[in-house]
Design a protein around this ligand. Structure first.
Ligand code: PLP
Length: 387
């Protein structure tokens, strides 16, 4: 067995050392990358190592999952998938025909579209509600039929905040599980399982990896129950596990997650305050701002800052927003989020007609560049675009 003396150290200490594992053969402090797809059977025909084939399981993937499970406080462990969408859709795929789902109005647009198109084909009904309206959520649940409540907090791209503990209570009272897309919070700013959620999901493509060079997704579970086992079986049966190279890169990134999240969140808060006072900006959407509607709940359930994502609404409207994105030099005009490089995107162009995203909105993913440079670059673009 590998050495793994974790004791009672803090999560940032454990993550920095990828759980402190020392390779038993070489004494290496960095775990080797396991690429073998197949494993030798024992003479008695068993697999004493626990590994037989790489589609259901891989040692590098397991080691990376252990770091994420630790960060989320997940008693059932974590499961890595080939993308965030593969992770999220595995949860819905574990439901049965006749089940009912409640999902948020403000959520990652591609998953909303998948729910709208795929769930009815599987005989699963879905209702979309404003998750900051707890009475509306209560009214939408159907006791005995609602099996899953899905939330995303902060919610992309308006960064609305959902009260995880309150929603968990409503979901559980109706006999449903609560799953949380916590991509924009990361385990540094929110631990949904501690607040009563059953499953937490991340697009690990975002800040968990943080370097815009891996597509990955992860689920972490509160309890190793039959639903979790079904998800595990689906990942194996559907061949949706993350590859070992990607898992290795992700583990490398998790070692610095605390530093990156702290720096990116501090810069996002700074930029939110500065753009709130900018003459070309109509409003700033960031849960760290005291006048944002979700701030009180965010202050209760988020720790060490409010995350790296914010949006600005350009006062002069859609054309000026698009022109602003065209003029930046340091910010990169690209989709995705959570990387060390800052990104800017006109979201309404991406999200389609049924999105709640206003046309004048620019989504900002804040990286680790000097915050004065980020402000100056976007300030110049806003002034030029709205002159
Ligand atoms: N959830 C959120 C909040 C996202 O932003 C994304 C991707 O942008 C996803 C899920 C999907 O993740 P992936 O692109 O890794 O499939």
């Amino acid at each position: 067995m590998p050495e793994n003396r974790t004791g009672a150290f803090q999560s940032r200490s454990l993550a920095a050392q990828a759980m402190g594992r020392i390779d038993p053969v070489t004494r290496a402090v960095v775990a080797p990358l396991h690429v073998s797809t197949t494993f030798l059977r024992d003479p008695d025909n068993g697999y004493a190592s626990g590994f037989s084939y790489a589609r259901p399981d891989n040692a590098t993937v397991r080691e990376t999952e252990a770091v994420i499970a630790m960060l989320e406080g997940a008693a059932a462990g974590a499961l890595l998938f080939g993308s965030g969408m593969a992770a999220a859709t595995a949860v819905f795929s574990a439901l049965e025909p006749g089940d009912h789902v409640v999902a948020p109005r403000v959520m990652y647009w591609a998953l909303r579209r998948w729910l709208q198109h795929e769930l009815p084909r599987r005989g699963i009904a879905v209702d979309f509600v404003a998750m900051d309206d707890l009475d509306a959520l209560r009214a939408a649940t159907r006791p005995g039929a609602t099996r899953l409540v899905w939330i995303e907090t902060p919610g992309n791209p308006l960064w609305t905040i959902t009260d995880i503990a309150a929603v968990a209570e409503i979901a559980h009272a109706a006999g449903a599980r609560l799953a949380v897309d916590s991509t924009a919070a990361s385990p540094i700013h929110t631990r949904p399982l501690d607040l009563g959620a059953d499953i937490v999901m991340h697009s690990a493509t975002k800040i968990l990896n943080g370097h815009s060079d891996v597509v990955a997704g992860v689920l972490a579970g509160a309890a190793p129950d039959a639903f979790w086992e079904r998800i595990t079986a689906l990942r194996s049966g559907n061949g949706a596990i993350l590859g070992p190279f990607e898992a290795y890169l992700l583990m490398r990134s998790l070692r610095t997650l605390h530093l990156r999240a702290a720096a990116q969140s501090a810069s996002a808060a700074d930029l939110a305050r500065r753009f709130q006072a900018h003459p070309a900006v109509g409003s700033v959407l960031y849960p760290g701002l005291p006048d944002c509607p979700g701030h009180a709940v965010a202050a209760r359930q988020m720790t060490d800052g409010f995350g790296f994502m914010l949006s600005i609404r350009v006062a002069a409207g859609e054309a000026a927003a698009i022109a602003t994105a065209a003029r930046v030099r340091l910010w990169k005009r690209a989709t995705s989020l959570g990387g060390v490089e800052s990104l800017i995107e006109h979201r309404a162009s991406v999200e389609g007609a049924d999105s709640p995203c206003p046309p004048d909105l620019l989504r900002l993913s804040v990286g680790i560049e000097a915050v004065d440079d980020l402000f100056a670059d976007l300030d110049a673009a806003l002034r030029a675009a709205t002159a």
